[in-house]
Design a protein around this ligand. Structure first.
Ligand code: HEM
Length: 213
């Protein structure tokens, strides 16, 4: 006999809307940021033009700032919801290094159980990591955008040139996160629809299904 199934709300509307706006804004920021970097690279490489937006330096800067306001407003809403409504406490905390190592080892053997609507320790660590990177990106971005008005912040980052490198490294961290994040979604594609609709079926009594995460 098939087990009874319930459609559970696994991702609240605020989380879904802010997630997809954030994904769009992040792509715009990274692609326009690469074009801005190309105008004055500090590493011995440039990003391919097809991977950039804006067309020319002024256009790319306009894209970067437009997406920045969207990302900041959306990020503040997500943070306010996450902290104020206990979303972070319920879904992203706690993170114990021992559990992260255990879940990472299970994931590499394709043995990590995925419980619909619950994040494993690797996911929780990655999500908190990318949130911290987001804060670092905004802070280092502010320090190179307004180095006079935010001179204390620029000084905190070790000066304008070093702040640019911090901004770049934080961008690389976000791109690395997105690659791993998308690989995990491809491995467990049934997590995608609930991130759009909010709801997922879960068979009663089956807390875990043996599959990849
Ligand atoms: C097209 C690109 C993306 C896709 C297809 C995607 C897909 C998903 C899916 C399916 C989940 C839920 C995972 C689960 O239930 O196990 C999720 C959660 C999450 N994603 Fe993405 N994602 C994308 C881009 C991004 C980007 C660019 C970021 C940040 C830089 C991001 C950050 C997050 C975070 C923080 C969560 C947890 C949300 C929460 O519950 O608070 N995602 N994503």
């Amino acid at each position: 006999m098939t087990e009874p199934q319930a459609r559970l709300l696994v991702h609240p509307l605020v989380v879904r809307v802010t997630h997809w706006i954030n994904a769009f804004a992040m792509v715009c920021m990274v692609m326009s940021g690469w074009a801005i970097y190309n105008a004055s690279p500090f590493f011995p490489f440039r990003f391919p033009v097809w991977a950039t937006v804006g067309g020319w330096l002024g256009g790319s800067i306009a894209w970067h700032f437009a997406a920045m306001w969207l990302l900041c407003a959306n990020g503040l809403l997500y943070l306010a919801y996450g902290i104020g409504r206990g979303h972070f406490r319920r879904k992203l905390l706690p993170v114990y290094p021992r559990e992260v190592v255990r879940d990472a080892a299970l994931a590499l053997r394709f043995e990590l159980p995925h419980d619909t609507g619950k994040y494993n320790a690797v996911q929780r660590a990655l999500y908190l990591f990318v949130l911290a990177l987001g804060v670092l990106l905004v802070a280092s971005g502010l320090s190179i955008w307004k180095p006079v008005q935010f001179s204390w912040l620029t000084a905190l980052f070790g000066g304008f040139d070093f702040a640019r490198r911090v901004h770049f490294v934080a961008m690389a961290g976000v791109v690395g996160f997105v690659v791993v994040h998308l690989a995990l979604v491809l491995l467990v594609p049934r997590t995608l629809l609930p991130m759009l609709t909010g709801r997922a079926r879960r068979a009663h009594g089956t807390a875990h299904q043996r599959t990849q995460a």
